[in-house]
Write a protein that binds this ligand. Structure first.
Ligand SMILES: Nc1ncnc2c1ncn2[C@@H]1O[C@H](COP(=O)(O)OP(=O)(O)OP(=O)(O)O)[C@@H](O)[C@H]1O
Ligand SMILES: [Mg+2]
Ligand SMILES: [Mg+2]
Length: 579
């Protein structure tokens, strides 16, 4: 993208000019370039002071005023959702439920995986490129005209929030479902003054740099979205968090109800479209939020059968929404290389993935546990599972004995192995992420044959379109963080420090012979010889190639790869697999 294009795009007084001068795709790239310029490198804690004298929410109000959106925003019938984990899923369920109930929906979630337009959905679909561009340049140009030293352009998330409000207002949605970006009290979305109902998803420890170090502090930040006269619902919480939520609700004299996790037994044949046991919690909250929204907007009675007075009754449209809601990169399974089974046990010749990616963007301790549980169960499919236990110490775990029971014989001529493909942002603490992952998997009988640490490709300082991804210079990536992850992993899994003589050079792929993979555990994963069963891989494209070679060269191998630790990583893998 040349600066010429950006300049043109910026000065154009409406989007039509841009569209006339440039093909749509280049105009979209120009928008991404402009968006990227809004990414601030400032410490999140001091975000409110990013240039200018106004606080974050005050600035939001001024921007909305500039855009002429303030009044219309107050008329939107909003469901506002905060929480540590499950916000996106709860919002996605709510959107699908209300759309299936006959309403035109707007959905604002974060982050995105492949394309920024995923964050803004209208009636179930990501906003189209041309609509995005029209609204994008309209917001951009109006704000750009008014910026001063005291009121600079909004940072990325703030801009996207304004854009989403503008889209939902223009598209005349009946309901807007809005996910909080971070925290609650000071989040840009908290400029919403009178939502119809508020929801709090599962709370846990995350973003402590901004929200505080105790669950109570975190909960009180999230409760900052509560508003007078607006009912609130929460997923079940630990008492420390619940007390803080309740305290805020009492101050405002609003009702705070606990939404019970969905009980699938009651709904014969219902299968949630987002998998994992934790989704029952999110689905339960979504049901309560939607029911309340329908009641408060006077639509509930139209939806229920007249004689139905059962408190727990769920209309058909709700069940349809719960079974069709989608949100990629959360417990998503992608079959890469098809495998046709010819064995007598599968005479029908069903195909199953020979290389299967299990994608989940978990990046906090609680979500790691949820993700591990989902992976362990999903990879076993149909087998009897041991009861989930929480081993108190890693000393107890079987992998310390040197016995690796990870070869699951799912078919007489197929050997299944589980691999971990991991990366996380450097602000995360891997010491808190690996233990719940390893112990939960292990307690369910799943053990990784190998862990691969790979840098993500997306950079955090650019917003890109879905087409724009593969950096040319992959070898020049700094892999120090991946080596650190590997070291921590080895220490946790084998209790041994890694020898660091080969340090900071990615594993030579020539040595990781795919043809040997099937039998390599014994020779390579021997802690006493200090050879780790983990590798630092130089890039994601090479990692995928290596995995594909592994299954190609070992006809009986069935690889189940858990990709987790970062939504960026998950998004990159989705982009690469899609190509
Ligand atoms: N109720 C839950 N309890 C624990 N973990 C959960 C729960 N819901 C979702 N997760 C985990 O968190 C990940 C992200 O889910 P989701 O996108 O719904 O949450 P979010 O709150 O929007 O997250 P983010 O902080 O990334 O915006 C999932 O992939 C899953 O691993
Ligand atoms: Mg988060
Ligand atoms: Mg989210």
């Amino acid at each position: 993208m040349t600066s010429h294009v950006i300049e043109k795009a910026e000065v154009g007084d409406n989007s039509k000019n841009n569209e006339r001068d440039f093909p749509l795709s280049s105009s979209y790239e120009a928008a991404m370039e402009a968006l990227s310029s809004l990414i601030t490198r400032q410490n999140r804690k001091d975000r409110s002071s990013v240039g200018g004298k106004f606080g974050q929410l005050e600035r939001m109000s001024i921007y909305l005023e500039i855009m002429g959106l303030e009044e219309k925003l107050n008329e939107l019938k909003i469901i506002h959702v905060a929480g540590t984990k499950g916000k996106g899923s709860t919002c996605a369920f709510s959107e699908a439920i209300l759309r299936e109930s006959g309403f035109r929906t707007g959905l604002f979630t974060s982050p995105h995986l492949i394309d920024v337009r995923e964050r803004i959905r209208v009636n179930g679909l990501d906003i189209s490129e041309d609509k995005f561009l029209i609204h994008f340049w309209n917001c951009w140009n109006l704000l750009k005209e008014k910026v001063t030293d005291d009121l600079p352009m909004p940072p990325l998330f703030q801009f996207l929030t304004i854009l989403a409000f503008k889209v939902f207002i223009s598209e005349k949605v009946d309901v807007a479902i809005i996910e909080v970006g971070l925290g609650g009290k000071t989040d840009s979305t908290n400029v919403i003054k009178a939502p119809v109902v508020c929801g709090i998803t599962s709370l846990g420890m995350d973003h402590m740099d901004v929200l505080g170090n105790t669950l109570r502090e975190i909960a009180s930040h999230k409760a900052g979205i509560f508003k007078p006269e607006v009912p609130a619902f929460t997923a079940p919480q630990l008492s420390e968090a619940m007390d803080a939520l309740q305290e805020r609700a009492s101050e405002l004299k609003i009702s705070l109800k606990i939404a019970a996790p969905l009980d699938l037994k009651r709904w014969d044949g219902l299968k949630l479209s987002l998998s994992g046991e934790h989704q029952l919690v999110n689905a339960g909250l979504a049901v309560s939020l939607c029911k309340c929204w329908l009641q408060k907007t006077g639509n509930w009675n139209n939806l229920i059968r007249a004689k139905e007075d059962d408190e727990e009754y769920i209309p058909e449209a709700f069940l349809k929404g719960l079974s069709t809601a989608r949100l990629s990169g959360r417990a998503q399974i992608v079959h890469d290389t098809p495998l046709v089974l010819h064995s007598s046990t599968n005479a029908s010749g069903d195909t199953m993935g020979k290389l299967v990616f299990y994608l989940d963007g978990a990046h906090s301790p609680e979500s790691m546990e949820a993700c591990a549980k989902w992976f362990a169960i999903a990879t076993k499919e149909g087998k009897t599972l041991p009861t989930l236990t929480h081993p108190s110490s890693f000393e107890d775990l079987s992998y310390k004995t040197g016995f690796f029971p990870h070869e699951k014989q799912s078919n007489s001529d197929v050997i299944s192995k589980q691999i971990l493909l991991f990366n996380c942002m450097e602000v995360r603490d891997p010491h808190t992420l690996f233990p719940p992952l390893v112990s939960t998997c292990s307690s369910l009988g799943t053990h990784f044959s190998k862990a691969l640490f790979v840098p993500s490709m997306s950079t955090y300082n650019r917003v890109t379109s879905g087409d724009n991804i593969i950096p040319k210079d992959i070898s020049a990536k700094d892999l120090a963080w991946q080596f650190k992850l590997q070291q921590i992993w080895e220490k946790i899994v084998h209790g041994k420090d890694l020898v660091s003589e080969k340090s900071y050079k990615a594993d030579n792929l020539e040595l990781l012979l795919p043809s040997k993979f099937l039998h390599e555990d014994i020779t390579y994963c021997n802690p006493s010889r200090r050879i780790p069963c983990s590798s630092v891989m130089p890039s994601l494209p090479l990692t995928i190639k290596w995995l594909r070679d592994c299954v190609k060269e070992n006809p009986s191998l069935h690889l189940q790869v858990l990709v987790t630790g970062s939504l960026h990583l998950v998004g990159d893998i989705l982009k690469l697999l899609r190509k």
